[in-house]
Ligand binder design. Structure first.
Ligand code: TRP
Ligand code: SF4
Length: 333
């Protein structure tokens, strides 16, 4: 097992909130990035349950199980629990303490102008207009700098949080001395994979396929996908470039010869949508089957994921206590 403390490699930090099952968007977006970064960096991947609490403080019954299943998804998708540190945010108490300390130096006005703050309150209502939710980016900054992580893989929606994290670091270092490096984002290209209905892919639209989706469900969801509306019957000629099924074939890396065959067949009306979708379902299942099997094997072993999280907690905490001590010493407390 790599000894994180002695390693000269730079650290990467990222996290996801345990808010339910991961889907194809994660499988083709964030996760391959996380997997790849393991070759070059010491990666810390965190189940951001405290962040989930900022909006779900009144709906916590699934949070623990969601976290466990999310970790199973990560590992099944290629995150290596030996090379990377996988842990729960709430179990490394230093996150909370550093967030509190940072809270002393972060002007409320900085937090109020984060674009996602007003947006989210607009969407979710005054229920989440709490101290904790306002402090979301402060906690996120604490997450990252507690490991002196320099690189943070995130989607575009998180860039303003990263910018704020850099600002907070500059303020801390200016007040107390150069303790923390300024973290930089590694932008995850969000795959232009749309939801099954052609709208933006989102769990709240119910237009996703989960990583853990049962094979029959994958099949029936694919068979219900929208296609080129011009193809009402088999003899109608289609436009693959206007069809979501066709772009899924591409995202799932159908060989060029098959893409070409579908392209021509659709335009000439020699291949039907039913066949085209059945082939897509096969293609998606060829990717998902081994992942689902690995996930199920992990979850079938009682206590296995908890043990991985415990090991991760201990490795994370070794770094976190040291850095927090350094921060406290710099502050003079
Ligand atoms: N806010 C992130 C999200 O919702 C999750 C997160 C928590 C995170 N802490 C982090 C991401 C630290 C990057 C770095 O996606
Ligand atoms: Fe789309 Fe395939 Fe039907 Fe063409 S044949 S419209 S690509 S589903």
């Amino acid at each position: 097992m790599p000894e994180t403390k002695l390693s000269p490699r730079e650290r990467v930090f990222s996290g996801m909130r345990p808010t339910g099952r991961l889907h194809l968007g994660h499988l083709l977006g964030a996760l391959p990035n996380w997997v790849r970064l393991q070759d070059e960096f010491d990666c810390f991947y965190c189940v951001a349950d405290l962040h989930a609490l900022t909006t779900r403080f009144d709906n916590t019954s699934h949070m623990k199980q969601d976290g466990i299943e999310m970790v199973a998804d990560w590992i099944a998708a290629g995150i290596d629990e030996d090379r990377s540190v996988i842990f729960r945010q709430s179990e490394v108490k230093e996150h909370s303490e550093l967030a509190l300390l940072l809270g002393m130096i972060v002007p409320v006005s900085w937090l109020e102008r984060v674009p996602s703050y007003k947006e989210q309150i607009g969407e979710l209502g005054q229920r989440i207009a709490t101290f904790g939710f306002l402090g979301y980016p402060v906690l996120q900054t604490a997450d990252i700098i507690l490991y002196k992580a320099r690189r943070v893989p995130v989607g575009e929606d998180q860039l303003s949080h990263l910018e704020l994290a850099r600002e907070i670091v500059r303020r801390f270092n200016g007040l107390y001395g150069p303790v923390f490096p300024q973290p930089r984002a590694i932008l995850t290209e969000t795959p232009r994979l749309l939801g099954l209905d052609g709208r933006k892919m989102s769990k709240s639209y119910g237009n996703t396929i989960d990583i853990a989706e049962a094979p029959e469900a994958v099949r029936s969801k694919v068979m219900s996908m929208f296609t080129d509306p011009a193809r009402q019957r088999l003899s109608d000629k289609g436009h693959p470039d206007r069809c979501n099924v066709f772009s899924y074939h591409r995202f799932f890396e159908a060989p060029a010869a098959e893409v070409d065959e579908i392209d021509k067949g659709c335009r000439a009306a020699t291949i039907g949508c039913t066949e085209c979708k059945a082939r897509l379902a096969d293609r998606i299942l060829a990717v998902l089957d081994p992942i689902r099997e690995k996930r199920e094997a992990l979850l079938a072993e009682p206590g296995r994921v908890e043990a991985i999280l415990e090991e991760g907690r201990s490795r994370a905490q070794a770094v976190a206590t040291e850095v927090l001590d350094e921060a406290c010493a710099a502050i003079g407390i």
